[in-house]
Design a protein around this ligand. Structure first.
Ligand code: NAD
Length: 395
């Protein structure tokens, strides 16, 4: 079939297999160009490994320090006349590239929140990998079926306490308008914490610990976001922020477990705002990202997921470096985003932006192009007019 992007609001329902492979290769090339990561991880489990920060964590571990990687993710294979999801194609391409480089790469596609997928992962690690020295927790999901209660929790992106009105951009049309989001109910806050908080991370670490699959000196990291005040109502102080507070609390408990049992450490890394399938769904944030990209690119500070994780590994976690913690015990690679000069420039643009000047004042084009790249579109060297087989085996 001829595969073209079909966007519906903040998702694209098609993905291009060769385009996704080229996107994965671009990220591999970034890491290879920076050379080996001294003292980097050797056996890595990535939860949420098929897109965004999780995929970048996997690529940087494999191609930066020759790690064997095991990935868990939730993607859809192709059907008769329907493409697979991007994460499926990304993982197929990653497996091929890693194995070509002589590296072990295996994955499980299924619900990481379930006991069954934890059991399958543990069995595979016991059989094929042994204890891991890095566990990356990078799940971003709209829902979670709780493995004990069977309840289905749905996460939402809402403010707490009062409604919130701000500018937002329609990422399909480029129309800037005001959006008002009503505050979350107590139940919605609890549900979002159940999906995006730290309980499942802790369940994973406990299960791996019981199975003796954590190596001495191992690290585990989960990702968070704080961002500037303009997004706080819908992020840091909203439902997702409450879930991230829960993640911080889980990190402290997991860190204690890791230390008591003679492993290494658990911590949360606060990352930069980037275009991923998860962030595209958050109101206001795509407009903020469009401005942020403009300002950071002008200053030569722009990074994507791969540069962020590569920097986390090289300057914080490995290479003889020590982690630098903030007062809440988190590590930051959002430091360049949060630089006062960057934030002052974004704030100045925020007050002026409207539909007419969107292209001039922001990097909306960069946002759109990164969004399409997530699904394998707009990559150099791919013939998008060519007949393409959407069926790709994941072996
Ligand atoms: P993403 O949507 O690109 O990736 C999510 C991953 O989770 C995918 O691999 C998906 O397959 C997997 N997944 C979802 N539900 C699953 C399930 N039930 N079982 C197994 N796998 C499942 O998201 P992302 O933006 O890379 O987010 C990863 C983490 O980084 C999140 O905690 C997010 O809050 C955080 N973060 C994101 C940003 C940003 O701007 N995108 C910034 C800072 C921190």
């Amino acid at each position: 079939m001829i595969i073209r992007p079909k966007t519906r609001g903040f998702v694209c329902i098609t993905a291009h297999p060769q385009g996704c492979a080229a996107h994965v290769q671009e990220q591999i090339d970034v890491v290879l160009a920076r050379g080996p990561i001294p003292g980097g991880p050797k056996k890595v489990l990535v939860l949420g490994a098929s897109t965004g920060f999780g995929l970048a964590s996997r690529i940087a571990a494999a191609f930066g320090s020759g790690a064997a990687t095991f990935g868990v993710f939730f993607d859809r294979p192709s059907e008769e006349d329907r493409t697979a999801t991007a994460g499926w194609y990304n993982t197929a391409a990653f497996h091929t590239a890693a194995r070509k480089a002589g590296l072990y790469a295996q994955s499980i596609n299924g619900d990481a929140f379930s006991d069954e997928i934890k059991r399958q992962t543990i069995e595979a690690l016991q059989r094929e990998v042994g204890p891991v020295d890095l566990i990356v927790y990078s799940l971003a999901s709209p829902r979670r079926t709780h493995p004990r209660t069977g309840a289905v929790h749905k996460s939402c992106l809402k403010p707490i306490g009062a409604s919130y009105t701000n500018k937002t951009v329609d990422t399909e049309t480029g129309e800037v308008s005001e959006i008002t989001i009503e505050p979350a109910t107590e139940a919605e806050i609890a549900d979002t914490v159940a999906v995006m908080g730290g309980e499942d991370w802790e369940m994973w670490i406990n299960a791996l610990d019981e199975a003796k699959l954590i190596a001495p000196g191992a690290s585990t990291v989960a990702y968070s976001y704080v961002g500037p005040e303009v997004t706080w109502a819908v992020y840091k102080n909203g439902t997702i922020g409450m879930a991230k507070n829960d993640l911080d609390a889980a990190a402290k408990r997991i860190n204690t477990t890791m230390r008591l049992n003679g492993y290494g450490r658990a911590f949360v890394s606060v990352n930069k705002a980037l275009v991923t399938q998860a962030s595209a769904a958050i109101p206001v944030v795509p407009l903020y990202i469009s401005m942020l990209f403009k300002v950071m690119k002008e200053r030569g500070l722009h990074e994507g997921c791969i540069e962020q994780i590569d920097r986390l590994y090289r300057t914080q976690m490995y290479g003889g470096n020590a982690l630098t913690f903030d007062d809440a015990g988190r590590v930051h690679v959002d430091d360049w985003e949060m630089r006062p000069d960057v934030q002052a420039a974004v704030a100045a643009l925020w007050s002026q932006v409207n539909t007419d000047n969107l292209s001039a004042l922001t990097d909306f084009a960069g946002y759109r192009s990164d969004f399409l790249k997530l699904f394998g579109f707009g990559l150099d060297g791919i013939d998008y007019d060519a007949e393409t087989d959407p069926h790709v085996e994941l072996t």
